[in-house]
Design a protein. Structure first.
Length: 258
């Protein structure tokens, strides 16, 4: 079994550039084993062989690997800090911001950022870069169609202004969609955006090894302008921010030092 998984890891890295060895092995192995058993396979070897000719299975593997669980305004109190403390500080220094939503999954996060920014400036002035490793998730983000549960935390005025009911789903407005540029990006291998004012990367780093996580924090720090902000998830507090040239600005918000 261990060799079977190691071969699978190497095959996936060759085919996609994704290094599963940088994810926590126990968690990843359990998640993928449950997927291949559900699909009727007996080993990682047979699972990979089928993935080579079955695009649907390959995309399902990517979905399972990248844990596409998201919702608008997730942990609403943290978004309130972004709106009332972080954005006013940054916008007091400049009128437009370069914003990167990293590991954006199916788009709820960058669209939330756009809705909050709409309180400060016209939508036509908002430009958000949103990236993820999973093309299937990015396609869903571009479509902008969501189940009602995803909108539980959306303030009523935003829901009325920027969403329309579409059958049993809700569709985000074209005006909000136009603020976001979605791109494929591998946090562990691809070059990072530069001169960024805000990086939002939440609820994904918990799946990486400590070594991979530290490397990502270093790259985020290098991506940010002096005074730029990093916004992480509620289980991803950085306990030694100075190592990465950050200081804590608020809970789960880190300010890049000069």
């Amino acid at each position: 079994m261990p060799e079977d998984y190691l071969d699978f890891v190497q095959n996936i890295k060759r085919r996609t550039g994704i290094d599963l060895a940088l994810y926590k092995e126990g968690q990843m192995k359990r998640r993928l084993t449950s997927l291949y058993e559900k699909k009727g396979f007996e080993s990682f070897k047979h699972f990979y062989q089928e993935m080579q000719s079955n695009a649907d299975l390959f995309h399902e593997f990517l979905d399972r690997m990248t844990i596409n669980v998201s919702e608008f305004y997730r942990n609403a109190a943290r978004w309130h800090v972004l709106e009332t403390k972080i954005l006013p500080r940054l916008l007091s220094e400049k009128s437009s911001l370069k914003i990167w939503s990293a590991a954006c999954s199916t788009g709820e996060e960058p669209y939330t950022i756009a809705m909050i920014l709409s309180k400060f400036m016209p939508l036509s002035k908002i430009k958000i870069i949103a990236t993820d490793i999973d093309e299937n998730a990015l396609n869903r983000a571009k479509a902008g169609l969501y189940i009602e549960r995803s909108l539980n935390e959306v303030p009523n005025e935003m829901k009325a202004k920027y969403f329309t009911k579409d059958g049993h789903m809700f569709r985000v407005s074209d005006e909000i969609k136009k603020t976001v540029n979605f791109k494929k990006h591998n946090l562990l291998a691809d070059p990072y955006e530069q001169n960024v004012d805000i990086i939002v990367c939440r609820n994904v780093l918990i799946y990486f090894t400590e070594e991979a996580k530290n490397s990502i924090y270093q790259k985020f720090s290098a991506s940010l302008k002096s005074g730029g902000a990093l916004f992480v998830g509620s289980t991803e507090q950085i306990f030694n921010p100075a190592v990465f040239n950050f200081e804590t600005e608020d809970t789960f918000f880190y300010k890049r030092l000069p």
